[in-house]
Write a protein that binds this ligand. Sequence first.
Ligand code: ZN
Length: 309
Amino acid sequence: MSDVRQHADDIHEQFSDHLDVDVEDVEERLTTLVDEYKVPMDEARRSVTNHYLEEAGLEREDISSGDSEAVTIEDVDEPEEWIDLTAKVIELWDPRSDSVAQVGLLGDPTGTIKFTKWAKSELPALEEGGVYELRNVVTDEYQGRYSVKLNSTTVIEELDEDLEVGNDTSEIEGALVDMQSGSGLIKRCPEEDCTRVLQNGRCNEHGEGDGEFDLRIKAVVDDGIDAHEVIFDKDATEDLTGLSLEEAKDMAMDALDTTVVADEIRADIVGTYYRIEGPTFGRYVLADDVEELDGPADAEELLIKARSM
Ligand SMILES: [Zn+2]
């Protein structure tokens, strides 16, 4: 069988339940693009697939490739691949759109990846901490970060086992350009197993409470290509600023105002260059190992890194 015919067969198979189309028609469209317009085959496939999607009034997520492959999360490095994953739901986030039923973070021993589950797919709900076999999910990419989409062809099977989740470690070199609200001297809910940060003295879950003081920084670090959100816990904040939790409490007490701590920290760190290493957790990098740099990292080296990503 010719190469073009094989691709035509694949596409034809994907649409067999949705459209009355001849495999010859698919092949002819591919041949025209590849032979006459010199379009590379993968691009031609995408274009022809899009044509039939439109004709059938379907979204890409509605059609299956029919041959999804079992992979681990670290193997995900191409968009629009159909894969099977065995993963644990690490956390669920609030969907920002009605078209999304669930969104959150999946993990397996090799790393973590964001997932989105469409509302119209009408799939069973995933639960935080649950381990699932997810067959027929499709990969996606946005600004170099990969995610997976659960769609109407996805098969979800809950597994009665635990799964160890590995960390993706990130290294960022760049300027700390902003410190976000919720940084500095904060108060956390004292309830057991609740470490939520109190907003105006209230925990979202447990209401009004005294709270326990903690130090934290939520910063934005720009590596010249991308902005990364970095969290410094108490130890990392003390190391970074030289300010201890006790000293921070004294400062706040003297000023009768906790915001003086954030102001002091901001003046100290914003505009400084750092190399930061640590695990990635959702969209955050947790600062584990921090080194202050003299100035901007070598631009050429950054470019080489960017190209190799
Ligand atoms: Zn609480």
